[in-house]
Write a protein that binds this ligand. Structure first.
Ligand code: PGA
Ligand code: ZN
Length: 424
């Protein structure tokens, strides 16, 4: 029986925020049937591949994806029928050619990625392989450290905290299973601490708490307290990672940073870097993503010069998983790691290229979910296949977040003694 593509169909479904997204169904000649669903960001980088939305205000406030669905059904499906699902490179190339725009605005990266991921899934299933095995081969045995976003702010919450993500990183745990337990226990302890202080325990888009705190530093301090109360040593068992998502609070052409949610006021790039240096000295911070805005390349360079030997400096909006920007970042020493989001670039092959480019230059690759997610667990397998050693998939609440962590538990269990877990 052949692994040739027999049928591709797409459907408009809803993501974790209740916004429309694309689900792609693929069937092979041998009877293999898979589906894949595409995530969606809120604090998006300007140069991300285009997420095609209908713009018809009468449906979902303009957020419908019927055009993208139509593009899968009417343009992509006929073009890919009869090709073997194992021909990933050929299929991704064809998708890029069919679109023929720089940022995938004709077909939509949401249409293209759905098909690209479904192709990987179908090929793996048809050949009786796990997705991580099919993509990563026998070497795929490194389970990532789960950087768990336990406190949300910025665009992902309606509170008084500017930094978008405060992550607990169980890098000192012996296994993924234990690491996940460390940070899930910390999450529950944090809930209790917040409750005892009369603070809100409702959660933001990625499942972390979103309390109204007096400052960003108070958020770090209460997390450290939670780590200790849960029975762990900050900086030894669990460290802290931050994602400022600073593009979302940069203002004006001069590039001032307006810490508007905490009402801390406006800061220059240099003041932001000074603040970061102080925090890194004071707190067990291991990784800092988007400490500055996507257009602030000079600031990123300065930040990396000051802190790059102490912490992992990750670029998200500035690189948008695009080898063109990552290459420039490597040449200009603008960071020492890139965030990796499949839908920022739009095909699995291009995402693999982005990870490989990082590795070739001794950079780390930090795989990430989006703030709008589905229960698709492709990300977990992809991370193991790439052996990146860390991923972020939100908190210990909201099933779309836990689906990925639970899949990693399965993979670790399946790998048995072969499974590896380490930070660097
Ligand atoms: P997003 O947030 O999915 O809303 O872009 C995630 C991130 O900034 O890393
Ligand atoms: Zn980010």
């Amino acid at each position: 029986m052949s692994d040739m593509i027999k049928d591709i169909r797409a459907l408009e479904v809803l993501d974790s925020r209740g916004n429309p997204t694309v689900r792609v169904f693929m069937e092979l000649e041998d009877g293999t049937r898979v589906s894949s669903s595409v995530p969606s960001g809120a604090s998006t980088g300007e140069y991300e591949a285009c997420e095609l939305r209908d713009g018809d205000k009468k449906r979902y406030g303009g957020k419908g994806v019927l055009e993208a669905v139509k593009n899968v059904n009417e343009i992509i499906a006929p073009a890919l029928k009869g090709i073997n699902a194992t021909a990933q490179l050929e299929i991704d190339k064809k998708l890029i050619e069919l679109d023929a725009t720089k940022n995938k605005e004709k077909l939509g990266a949401n249409a293209i990625l759905g098909v690209s991921m479904a192709t990987v899934k179908a090929a793996a299933q048809s050949h009786h392989l796990e997705i991580y095995e099919y993509l990563g081969g026998v070497e795929a045995c490194r389970i990532p450290v789960p950087c768990m976003n336990i406190l949300n702010g910025g665009e992902h919450a309606d509170n008084s905290v500017d930094i978008q993500e405060f992550m607990a990183v169980p890098f000192g745990a012996p296994t993924f299973k234990e690491g996940l337990r460390y940070v899930a226990e910390t999450f529950h302890t944090l809930k209790k601490l917040l409750k005892d202080r009369g603070l809100a325990t409702s959660v933001g888009d990625e499942g972390g708490f979103a309390p109204n705190l007096k400052s960003n530093e108070e958020a770090i301090e209460i997390i450290i307290e939670a780590i200790e109360k849960a029975g762990y040593k900050p900086g030894v068992d669990i460290s802290i990672a931050l994602d400022s998502a600073a593009t979302s609070f940069v203002v004006g052409k001069k590039g001032m940073y307006d810490m508007k949610w905490s009402k801390l006021g406006k800061k220059t790039t240099d003041e932001m870097i000074e603040m970061a240096k102080e925090w890194v000295k004071k707190y067990p911070i291991i990784l800092w993503e988007d400490p500055l805005a996507e257009e602030d390349w000079e600031g990123f360079k300065k930040f990396t010069k000051e802190l790059g030997d102490k912490i992992e400096v990750v670029g998200d909006d500035i690189f948008v998983t695009n080898t063109k920007f990552i290459r420039r970042g490597i040449e200009e020493h603008a960071a020492n790691a890139s965030l990796i989001k499949l839908n920022q670039i739009g095909t699995v092959s291009e995402t693999v290229d982005a990870v490989k480019l990082c590795y070739e230059h001794n950079w780390r690759a930090f795989v990430s979910h989006r703030s709008g997610e589905t229960c698709d667990t492709f990300l977990a397998d992809f991370t193991v296949a790439m052996g990146t050693g860390h991923l972020k998939s939100g908190s210990a609440s909201r099933s779309e977040r836990l689906a990925k962590y639970n899949r990693l538990l399965e993979i670790e269990d399946k790998l048995g003694d072969r499974a590896k877990y380490y930070w660097k």
